[in-house]
Design a protein around this ligand. Structure first.
Ligand code: NAP
Length: 252
């Protein structure tokens, strides 16, 4: 497939699923590096955060055929990660990853999101999807942060406040990084990934991406339900789709 065809397919997918998203960056990518994801056109994915969870999830997206730019405030530290993943993986600064991605994955300590919103909020609001994997965790982020998040209505609504206008879908928040690779494309019944978001087009894109890396998305509700997508809640950990539906029905 030629580079032009790949870019056209990617743009068509984004437009079909996301309506008229302004400012899609259609650039070049070496055609030989691009495979074809099982679900269709490759999407550019930028990660903010490429630590344990961001690195593991980004690796699954690369394996599914998507170009991924992993970012760090110190991109040199990502050389080992991207070299091991091959030509679809690159390392960059946070600004470069934000610019690169049709989709941006946010996988940072929750305390980092406020500054990220200040620095990149306008750019993130133009993305088809911001996949929010981040959690407020008291032992890491402090009790004050967790209290503030609770006051906003939980992690989904708090993320929306910190990233105004972004098409946020929370996902993968409570699946441990060390298990992601083994759980992906599991034999038998797939692991369900509870997701929460307010933007249907962003949910569609997230659902497609989640299926491509070997999980089954389960929409549990709008961003207000994002508070249930943190470790330590009933939905935390690994569940089948049926189990997630049962757990969600108990939440209402
Ligand atoms: N670990 C898990 O199994 C798991 C599972 C589900 C969800 N999560 C959630 O995912 C998030 C990340 O967890 P993790 O375990 O992957 O943490 P981690 O291994 O410590 O990685 C954190 C990443 O965030 C980046 N980062 C930190 N502050 C930043 C800032 N101000 N601006 C930009 N990037 C910044 C770091 O990049 P630098 O190189 O720039 O420091 C690093 O790549 C957390 O919210 C966590 O709750 C984790």
């Amino acid at each position: 497939m030629t580079n032009d065809k790949i870019e056209n397919g990617r743009r068509d997918f984004l437009l079909a699923t996301a309506g008229s998203i302004a400012g899609l960056a259609v650039g070049s990518w070496p055609a030989r590096t691009l495979g074809q994801p099982a679900g269709g056109s490759p999407l550019r994915i930028g990660t903010i955060g490429a630590g344990r969870e961001g690195g593991a999830l980004g690796a699954l997206f690369v394996k599914a055929g998507h170009p991924v730019m992993f970012s760090s405030r110190h991109p040199d530290t990502l050389k080992g990660l991207v070299d091991g993943l091959g030509p679809l993986a690159r390392a960059g600064t946070v600004a470069e990853a934000v610019e690169f991605g049709d989709v941006v994955m946010l996988v940072v300590p929750y305390t980092a999101i406020e500054q990220i919103g200040k620095d990149f909020g306008n750019a993130l609001a133009k993305k088809a999807l911001v996949l929010d994997v981040s959690n407020p965790i008291a032992r890491r982020d402090g009790a004050e942060m967790v209290k503030w998040v609770d006051e906003q209505g939980g992690a989904g609504l708090a993320s929306a406040k910190l990233l105004p206008g972004a098409r946020i879908v929370r996902a993968f928040n409570a699946i441990n990084y060390a298990k992601l690779s083994a759980l992906a494309h599991r034999q038998g019944e797939l692991i369900g990934v509870p997701i929460a978001g307010d933007d249907q087009h962003a949910i569609d894109i997230a659902s497609k991406l989640i299926r491509e890396i070997g999980f089954e998305p389960v929409v549990v509700g709008g961003l207000a339900m994002g508070k249930y997508l943190v470790p330590g809640t009933p939905l935390g950990g690994e569940h089948t789709v049926a189990e997630i539906r049962q757990l969600v029905s108990n939440l209402h």
